[in-house]
Design a protein around this ligand. Structure first.
Ligand code: DHB
Length: 312
């Protein structure tokens, strides 16, 4: 199925059988659903965003779907990091040692650090800091838009854990490279670019926003050129030393390859998994292999950064 091509890649010393990761917030409610993504070809998974205390999230409606993408404002619902322990152990039973990253958030830097430390105790392989949820007051963008806060947040989480720390960047900024460098300086082992874009959808009959939260996060196809541009800008900067994981609007092998050529060492898929089901992982892995065979690439590592000036 995958011929002679080597799809393996590496993030922060963690070996991934292929570059496809399940993005946070999609089909990651349970160990079973995350293991199902792996069964269908995901090389690793990210949990839903977890906090120290359980959260109910916003009342419905929380999702608005369009052809060009999806807007959501769930409000970070989760059972709390400790209650999620059984999902991690059920994932391990079903998916063995396939890498699993815990997405974490909090209402203060201390809370982020505490949640990360609890997540490490559950046996995850790495932490993904969600410093950029566009829809929960006091829990999101104010952490992810200031280079100073990002540096402090990442270094607090680094000190609280021994496993690799990934920082997920927001596209809601005038300078994503500045944010990326702040995360690197704070000690991040890798970056994830990008989180959803803050948007709004109005109902012209009620003259009010459709989602209860008002604003929401845009994901899906409309986000792809923005995500590719962000990865390209970050990876073009000669001060960047850590790997970048690309995310935003990937639904085909071509999309994944484009992100990797812009510099991404791996990619995450969310909305396409929701829309097409987890078989999208198999489809994309096969598409990447065929492209590599057709173009004479033997390892995925040859694709990473190939579009950058000093790429191959
Ligand atoms: C939510 C969180 C996010 O990080 C995001 O990008 C979109 C939505 C949420 O739970 O509301």
């Amino acid at each position: 199925m995958e011929g002679q091509t080597d799809l393996s890649t590496e993030i922060a010393g963690i070996e991934l059988a292929n570059p496809l990761m399940l993005a946070s917030g999609i089909m990651d409610e349970t160990g079973h659903s995350m293991a199902n993504a792996v069964r269908h070809g995901a090389g690793s998974v990210v949990t839903k965003s977890l906090s120290m205390e359980p959260r109910e999230g916003h009342p419905n409606p929380v999702v608005y779907e369009m052809d060009i993408g999806m807007i959501n404002a769930m409000g970070l619902p989760n059972p709390g990091v400790e209650a999620y322990a059984e999902e991690i152990s059920s994932f391990r039973k079903k998916a063995g040692d396939t890498p699993i990253f815990a997405s974490i958030f909090g209402s203060s830097i201390d809370e982020y650090a505490h949640a990360a430390s609890k997540a490490e105790q559950l046996g995850v392989d790495g932490i993904e800091i969600n410093g950029s949820c566009p829809n929960a007051k006091g829990l999101g963008l104010q952490f992810g838009q200031s280079p100073g806060v990002i540096g402090d947040l990442v270094s607090a989480v680094r000190s609280a854990v021994t496993i690799p720390v990934l920082f997920k960047l927001t596209p809601v900024t005038d300078d994503i490279v500045k944010l990326a460098l702040a995360a690197q300086e704070g000690g991040a082992h890798a970056l994830v670019a990008i989180n959803t874009m803050k948007v709004i959808k109005l109902d012209i009959r009620t003259k009010r926003p459709i989602l209860t939260n008002g604003f929401g996060g845009l994901s899906g196809p409309a986000l792809k050129p923005i995500g590719v541009r962000c990865v390209y800008e970050i990876c073009s900067d000669e001060r960047m030393e850590i790997p970048v994981i690309g995310v935003g609007g990937i639904s085909t092998a071509e999309d994944a390859i484009e992100y990797m050529m812009a510099g991404a060492s791996a990619v995450q898929i969310g909305t396409a998994v929701r829309w097409q089901g987890p078989s999208v992982f198999e489809e994309i892995n096969e598409g990447i292999s065929s492209f590599m065979e057709e173009m004479g690439y033997s390892s995925i590592k040859e694709l990473i950064g190939a579009a950058l000036e000093d790429g191959e």
